[in-house]
Write a protein that binds this ligand. Structure first.
Ligand code: 5GP
Length: 191
């Protein structure tokens, strides 16, 4: 990674608001050569949700294709999350960093630790919920997952929250605007 560019990793439990925060960050930092930030599009074997687009939300792959790419060394990191494979494509990240753009990864805690090992200069940001009750309310409110899927994600919560000790920063996502402002401050240090 060149010194002019930075790799940021955002993780946090399902429903904490990673998608909303990342979207706002990308909108806010979109101008100027030193302020460019691009979200790396991951690959996954999970089924597409209504409204999702292949190549935009994720590269949706069959398990066979995903494992073929693992064998080819195409992933910077990959992990099994809630029973499906997810991975960051090596080429996508390296091409962006080489082109002078800062890169944002929205990945799980397992993947984040792999990235930190490979690239110690990566900045790891953990998004924490204000409380477990508020997190459940958000998960139920977004209407994207079945009750069984929500229960499964809830079961992982404690273990996921315990992972925040490995992160460079922990930001509690209460009011989105405040969260975005805090993360922008973190990013401004490295730009
Ligand atoms: P979802 O299925 O809700 O889109 O994502 C489920 C989880 O997979 C989230 O915690 C998300 O951060 C994680 N995830 C998404 N892409 C990647 C990736 O490329 N690598 C890893 N390790 N986790 C990912």
């Amino acid at each position: 990674m060149s010194k002019q560019t930075a790799l940021y990793v955002i993780s946090g439990p399902s429903g904490v608001g990673k998608g909303t925060v990342c979207k706002a960050l990308l909108a806010d930092l979109g101008e100027g050569p030193n302020r460019s930030l691009t979200l790396s599009i991951s690959a996954t074997t999970r089924p597409m949700r209504p409204g999702e687009v292949d190549g935009v939300n994720y590269h949706f792959l069959s398990q066979e294709e995903f494992l073929r790419r693992v064998g080819n060394g195409e992933f910077l990191e990959y992990a099994t999350v809630y029973g499906n494979y997810y991975g960051t494509l090596r080429s996508a990240v390296q091409d962006e960093l080489t082109a002078g753009r800062n890169v944002l990864l929205e990945i799980d805690t397992d993947g984040a630790r792999q990235i930190k090992k490979l690239m110690p200069e990566a900045e790891l940001i953990f998004l924490a919920p204000p409380s477990p009750e508020e997190l459940l309310r958000r998960l139920q409110g977004r209407n994207t997952d079945s009750a069984a899927e929500i229960a499964r994600r809830q079961q992982c919560l404690e273990a996921e929250l315990a992972q925040q000790v490995y992160y460079d920063y922990v930001v509690v996502n209460d009011v989105v605007e405040d969260t975005v402002a805090q993360i922008r401050q973190i990013m401004a240090k490295g730009l």
